[in-house]
Design a protein around this ligand. Structure first.
Ligand code: PMT
Length: 392
């Protein structure tokens, strides 16, 4: 994507350096513009080096194009981060007196504004009126966070996480084909306690389920994410519920089930748990006999109470007879779709950023070649949406 990143003169300008770095790593094409005040906080050289990008600071500069009109027709998206109250006031009133405000006036594509300033300046009615105007003029406003501000005050005005700005940018370019759907996704492993310090679990990182949740929310769905213990950041705008054991996951899933249209069970749920959990740490001996019993089969419980219009997807993590075992689970758990996942391979499945799966539905069997879990997630949702149309 061609991104025109505009920096204005607030202390948070230094945080936009990381935004430039993230955009570069995503392989977006980047050009940067800065106001004179922005340069008092961070030098153009820093942005040029970190973003590997040309930096423009003068609206009348000519480098094969007139900077403000040329850059604004080159870009697919414009991001002003941080946006000061002063710059917002100018743009809201059509003032074009520097490279940033002139480019903003000339820019016709999707545009994002990231206000960051002192809380009193942010809350001032004139700033709020300007924000309302800018939103009406098509700017996507990424709200500042509440917290500690540069001058020692507390309040709303903090520059948000750069990951949120990227999320909003991705959202602007994602078709909203799940707009009125409510989705429940499970992700990560469950843990079954042996004693207060030990447990039975598995190698699931949660990446597959989290990518599905993120893809669905970007496509407009209302997403509930029931997550086992993982070390990854929550996708923005999902309702996340943290659980530990299979019983907790089952309870949470069954509580939410009635509110959703689609259930996607990507979690690697433990199949067995200790018959008893010791109250104290078990002392070390020569050996230890653990008696295990089956956990609740969440998908089987869902199948007993689901409505006919609900669409239920399971995963099958297998190390042998992949399709045969997946087909068996598809039937025995009364699913609408199952995703067969070969977890014997190191380059896909557990913990990897990549996956390769075979999707089985009542109508077709589709193999998805190895790709990122984000791409797999979107392909799964494409198949799922087609199946929902056929089902209803
Ligand atoms: O988390 P990652 O590191 O990204 O790895 C992704 C993954 C390999 C965990 C994921 O893609 C995957 O395959 N998830 C399903 C793992 C699993 O538990 O498979 P299973 O074949 O044991 O179970 C079949 C289905 O029944 C699954 O949808 C599972 O969520 C569900 N199940 C299992 C046991 C149980 N007690 N209740 C269930 O509902």
């Amino acid at each position: 994507m061609r991104v025109l990143l505009a920096i204005t003169g607030g202390i948070a300008a230094y945080k936009a350096v990381d935004l430039a770095s993230i955009l570069r790593k995503r392989k977006d094409e980047l050009k940067i513009i800065m106001t004179e005040n922005a340069m008092k906080f961070v030098s153009p050289l820093t942005f040029a080096a970190v973003g590997n990008a040309e930096v423009y600071t003068d609206e009348f500069e000519y480098r094969g194009l007139i900077s403000h009109t040329g850059l604004s027709s080159w870009a697919d998206v414009m991001i002003i981060a941080p946006a000061t109250a002063n710059t917002m006031a100018k743009i809201a009133n059509g003032i074009a007196d520097n490279i940033v405000t002139a480019s903003a006036l000339a820019f016709k594509g999707p545009k994002i504004l990231v206000p960051a300033m002192n809380v009193r300046m942010y809350e001032n009615q004139v700033t709020q009126d300007n924000l309302e105007k800018l939103s009406k003029y098509g700017w996507k406003i990424v709200e500042p966070e509440i917290g500690h501000l540069a001058d020692g005050e507390e309040g709303k005005g903090r520059y948000p996480e750069n990951a949120r700005i990227i999320f909003e940018m991705e959202s602007l370019f994602t078709k909203k084909d799940m707009d009125n759907l409510k989705v429940l996704v499970t992700a990560g492993p469950t843990r079954e306690a042996i004693d207060p310090v030990r447990y039975i679990s598995n190698r699931s990182s949660g990446k597959m389920g989290y990518e599905i949740a993120k893809a669905a929310v970007l496509r407009g769905a209302d997403v509930h994410l029931v997550s086992g213990p993982v070390n990854i950041q929550s996708p923005f705008n999902v309702k996340r519920y943290d659980v530990e054991s299979t019983q907790e996951m089952a309870q949470r899933v069954l509580d939410i089930l009635n509110q959703v249209d689609i259930v996607i069970m990507a979690a690697a749920v433990a199949d067995y748990k200790p018959l008893e959990t010791a109250q104290q740490k078990i002392k070390k001996g020569l050996s230890l006999d653990l008696k295990l019993v089956k956990t609740t089969d969440i998908l089987s419980e869902i199948s007993k109470v689901k409505r006919p219009d609900q669409f239920v997807v399971g995963f099958a993590a297998e190390t042998q007879n992949l399709l045969e075992n997946a087909r068996h689970k598809f039937e025995s758990k009364s699913l609408d779709m199952i995703v067969a996942n070969d977890v014997s391979r190191k380059d896909i499945g557990f913990e990897s950023d990549y996956n390769e799966v075979t999707v089985i539905t009542k109508n077709e069997t589709v193999h998805l070649e190895r790709m990122t879990k984000n791409e797999i997630a979107n392909s799964l949702l494409d198949i799922l949406l087609k199946e929902i149309v056929k089902k209803n």
